[in-house]
Design a protein around this ligand. Structure first.
Ligand code: APR
Ligand code: PHB
Length: 409
């Protein structure tokens, strides 16, 4: 039996209540722009995802602008630098000195998401959690809508614009006809095995380790919670990795002093994630905008995924503010070119960091002998680390490139 769709209305309809959708919704609300979020799963499910936790200054500034910064500023840890270890020898990238005072903030994505959800609830904004059959319609017209089902009832949400913040597997990107979009993709021949534990971190700062046994990363969430990663073959199962095996392997890949300080404990979470570079062009189609993971994925090596989502949000939010406050509808054409310039920069940096730090020797033979390629990469990384100019290039990109202004249309 067909049930008649119930009509709803808003200015900006947002698909997805991840960091992109929540941050965009809060910023638009602060500018008096009405918005509704439609999310496939429950709020608890969204909060159950363990993701990265290094925030660029551009990101923390946006969270402050959104008014959801109290806990981040109280509990987040500014980091002035990080370590890069080349076969056991650590070099510090002094972010603050090399960039003229810029730092990053260590604060988990889960926490940011929780803070944004609370801010959204406090502002009385609507989020339709656990919605199914979410379908953007008529996105090329002046009257786009989203049809979705919630609790057995079908709804049709009319709006001016749709923000597709629904991640890599969402529906928004696929709404752009295949012949109108170009997708670029590289799937890496290994994964990251992550382990979260309530143990003090082995160092004050993050350490990215290039090692002949494979890449490792020592990261953290707080002074009592650590997050570690190991490069593993994609064919490995998480069940093959007991906590003990994980800790033993990590110790071998860390610099000796960090390995000595390492405190082990039971894992709270352990999972294997694939690494991917992906970009969809363009990021706008009619009145539909792609934001965050819906349009691009980076391998986590440069800590750029969440930060790229934030720069998309910053660009779209400024554009929509201009549309509603100044009536300048033409400025929406700037979204995709501005967002993509920053996306490609971060894609390149993440790809480069991944190439420098991982062991690719298992990859099928390509044009160049793998052992030779490996030597080139090691030589390149050690060249960058030995030179102040090289360290500066790394630092500048790690803290994040500046956000572009929106030109007058
Ligand atoms: N309808 C509604 N919601 C959907 C749909 C759909 N068809 N498909 C996916 N979603 C929801 C997901 O359940 C998820 O909550 O969209 C949200 C997308 O969130 P993320 O995947 O976290 O993507 P995003 O908000 O862009 O976050 C930026 O950058 O690299 C990363 O780890 C980083 O997840 C972070 C991301
Ligand atoms: C993390 O803490 O999960 C993390 C930090 C930095 C990265 C990737 C992941 O580059």
């Amino acid at each position: 039996m067909s049930n008649a769709a119930q009509a709803l209305k808003t200015q900006v309809a947002i698909i997805g209540a991840g960091p992109s959708g929540l941050l965009l919704g809060q910023l638009l609300h602060k500018q008096g722009i009405d918005n509704v979020i439609i999310e496939r799963v429950s709020g608890e499910y969204v909060l159950g995802r363990i993701r990265a936790g290094i925030l660029e200054q551009g990101f923390t500034d946006l969270v402050r602008e959104a008014g959801a910064n109290a806990r981040m500023d109280a509990e987040g840890h500014p980091h002035d630098g990080f370590g890069l270890s080349l076969n056991g020898e650590k070099v510090r990238i002094d972010l603050k000195t090399l960039t003229g005072g810029k730092t990053v903030m260590c604060y988990g994505q889960t926490e940011i998401t929780r803070d944004m959800m609370e801010a959204r609830e406090a502002a009385g904004l609507t989020t339709w959690y656990e919605s199914s059959d979410v379908q953007p319609l008529d996105v090329e017209s002046d009257t786009p809508k989203i049809r979705f089902t919630n609790n057995g009832q079908t709804y049709e949400l009319s709006c001016d614009y749709i923000a597709g913040c629904d991640g890599f597997h969402g529906v928004s990107r696929k709404t752009i006809p295949a012949e109108k979009r170009k997708e670029f993709e590289r799937v890496y021949p290994f994964g990251w095995l992550g382990l979260l534990s309530d143990t003090p971190p082995c160092d004050d700062e993050l350490i990215y380790c290039q090692h002949e046994r494979g890449f490792a990363l020592a990261s953290q969430r707080s002074l009592t919670r650590s997050r570690y990663y190991l490069q593993v073959p994609l064919t490995d199962n998480v069940e093959e990795w007991t906590d003990e095996r994980f800790w033993d392997e990590l110790k071998k890949r860390l610099p000796a002093d960090a390995a000595e300080r390492l405190i082990t404990g039971p894992s709270l979470e352990k999972s294997i994630a694939p690494l991917r570079s992906f970009v969809c062009e363009p990021m706008q189609f009619g009145n539909l905008f792609l934001v965050g993971d819906a349009a691009h994925i980076v391998p986590p090596t440069g800590a750029k995924g969440l930060n790229l989502a934030a720069s998309d949000v910053a660009t779209l939010y400024k554009i929509l503010t201009r549309v509603y406050q100044q009536g300048d509808k033409a400025c929406i054409q700037h979204y995709s070119p501005i967002a993509l310039r920053r996306v490609w920069n971060a894609e390149r940096f993440s790809w480069w960091m991944s190439n420098m730090l991982h062991d690719f020797s298992d990859e099928a033979e390509g044009a160049m002998d793998k052992a030779m390629q490996q030597r080139f990469m090691q030589s390149e990384l050690s060249y960058y680390l030995q030179s102040e100019a090289g360290r500066k290039v790394i630092a500048e990109q790690y803290v994040g490139l500046p956000y572009e202004d929106i030109p007058q249309s």
